[in-house]
Each structure stands twice: as structure tokens, then as C-alpha cells.
Design a protein around this ligand. Structure first.
Ligand code: LIP
Length: 277
């Protein structure tokens, strides 16, 4: 019920603040950097420590709940979404930014129940912005309601956000560059394209009306789960690249302040295949 969702949301905010302090304290300190599948996919001790703290918090508060966490999956755990209440966690979304002291990283926490995303919390500790939403109750930034922009109905009126991502296979990069080129040239003529380095925060920027749309191929469920709730509750929409309902395991997302713009971007894009989460 609604009271349960309020409690889950509050606990997600509580632990995001605690995790945020850890990330903020580590931000300007010396870091031990490791890589994952790709040389360009970074991880630090802070990512792992932060995930541990968040998981332990929920394990203690809500023992029957399940988890999908970026670093647990990197450590060999299954990325399996069931009907059981499941916390989907990215302890630091924007790890490369964190490593380089570019102040655009966040803790991203979502809760799915019966595979429906019902709570989303995204906290940028360096800029102290807490984005959050409960399904059906609107989205907020630092406690104030936010609304996605409906101003752009054409790509030519839109400020877009996208990312290159971590894997650098030639075919994949060609696909990314072809899409980008198409969107910035006539007839689409996007007003601008930003690549800020955190999928979750990119989505919150769309939710807050600071950009009109964001799309990316190659993202993982933990990058976008919380953002999907926040964008939706801010009046925006998230879709798959073919304009189909968004599937968090499908490794692709297009979100926008309005459905018309979202669908126009989907139509313009050529899909880039990725192995599902
Ligand atoms: C990163 C994303 C970024 C995307 C990368 C990566 P991480 O998450 O948020 O926007 O381009 O592919 O997934 O690894 O820093 O949590």
C-alpha cells in the first residue's frame, strides 16, 4: 500500500544521504582505480563500499527484499528481476566522473515490486541534489516538485543528452556516431547535444526540465531504473529505441519530456544491438 511505499521511499532517501556522504568525502581524495570488462569501464573501492552499505541497510530494514546491484553483478551475482520487491542499485553512477572529479556522479536506488518500478531516488552528493519519486505521487528535487519540459515537440527545438558509454567496439561506436550525426544535421537539427557521464542524472535533468530528452544504447538496468520513475512522475516518458514500452533489461532507453518528442527521436534512431542484462 501507499504507506509501505512512503516508508521504502524514506529509507531510500536516508541511505542515499549516508552513501552520499561517503562519496562526497572520497571525491577529492586519492583513489584506487580498477577496470571491469573494458579498459574504459572504471570501478573504485568507494563503488564497492557504497553498494555494501546500501544493501546492508535494506537487508536490515526489509529482510525479505531482493537486490540487483552494479558491483554485486560485476562480482558474479545474477541480474535477475523477479516479482519479489527488488532494490536496483547503482552505488556510483558516473564512476568516470567520480575518478576525474567532474562533479556529476550520483547514487541511484530504485525499487521494483511485481517487476513494476515504484520508487526512484537519485542523489548527487557533490551538488547536493536529491531527486526522488513514488509511483503516482509526482517527482521532487530537494523536496520541491519538478516537471519535465513540454516545450520541444520537434527535435529541432530540443536540447538532447546522450553518452558514448564504456565499450568501444568499432561497430558499436559507428552506430553511436551515425545516430549522433543524423540528429544534429538537417532535417532534425537538434539544438545541442550533451554527454554528462551519468545516465541517472541525465534522466533527472530531463525530469527537471533542464534538457528535453536523453537516449543511450548500452546502459544497464541499475543506470536507469530510478530515473524511469522520476521522469514518469515529472510528466515525461521513457521508451525502448523502437518506440516500444521501456524494458530495463534491454540495454537501451529514450526518454523525453513529451511523448511526441520521444517518439520522433525513436523514429530517427537506428538500434544498436546489446546483450540483455
Ligand atoms: C555509466 C553511465 C554512463 C554510461 C556508461 C555507464 P557507471 O554508469 O551512467 O552514462 O554512458 O555506459 O553505464 O558505470 O558510472 O555506473
Amino acid at each position: 500500500g501507499k504507506d509501505d511505499l512512503d516508508l521504502y521511499h524514506q529509507e531510500a532517501i536516508n541511505i542515499a544521504k549516508i552513501a552520499g556522504k561517503l562519496v562526497r568525502d572520497a571525491f577529492y581524495a586519492e583513489k584506487n582505480i580498477d577496470t571491469k570488462d573494458h579498459k574504459t569501464d572504471l570501478v573504485t573501492e568507494t563503488d564497492q563500499e557504497t553498494e555494501r552499505i546500501i544493501k546492508n541497510h535494506f537487508k536490515e530494514k526489509f529482510p525479505p527484499h531482493s537486490f540487483i546491484g552494479e558491483e554485486s553483478v560485476a562480482g558474479g551475482e545474477k541480474c535477475n528481476l523477479t516479482d519479489n520487491p527488488t532494490w536496483i542499485i547503482d552505488p556510483i553512477d558516473g564512476t568516470t566522473n567520480f575518478v576525474h572529479k567532474f562533479p556529476f556522479s550520483c547514487i541511484s536506488i530504485a525499487l521494483a515490486i511485481n517487476k513494476e518500478l515504484v520508487v526512484g531516488v537519485v542523489y548527487n552528493p557533490t551538488l547536493d541534489e536529491m531527486f526522488s519519486a513514488i509511483a503516482g505521487c509526482g517527482a521532487k528535487c530537494n523536496g520541491k516538485p519538478i516537471k519535465a519540459s513540454k516545450n520541444a515537440t520537434e527535435i529541432s527545438q530540443a536540447l538532447l543528452i546522450t553518452e558514448i558509454g564504456a565499450s568501444r567496439e568499432q561497430d558499436r561506436i559507428n552506430g553511436i556516431m551515425d545516430n549522433l550525426q543524423k540528429l544534429v544535421l538537417e532535417p532534425y537539427l537538434a539544438r545541442g547535444v550533451r554527454a554528462l557521464g551519468s545516465a541517472a542524472l541525465n534522466m533527472c535533468f530531463v525530469a527537471a526540465g533542464r534538457a528535453d530528452a536523453y537516449y543511450e544504447f548500452g546502459i544497464h538496468c541499475w543506470d536507469v531504473a530510478a530515473g524511469i520513475v522520476i521522469v514518469k512522475e515529472a510528466g515525461g516518458i521513457s521508451l525502448g529505441a523502437a518506440g516500444d514500452p521501456v524494458d530495463i533489461m534491454a540495454r537501451e532507453i529514450v526518454c523525453a519530456g513529451s511523448e511526441v518528442l520521444c517518439k520522433k527521436i525513436c523514429s530517427a534512431l537506428t538500434s544498436i544491438p546489446h546483450v540483455r542484462d
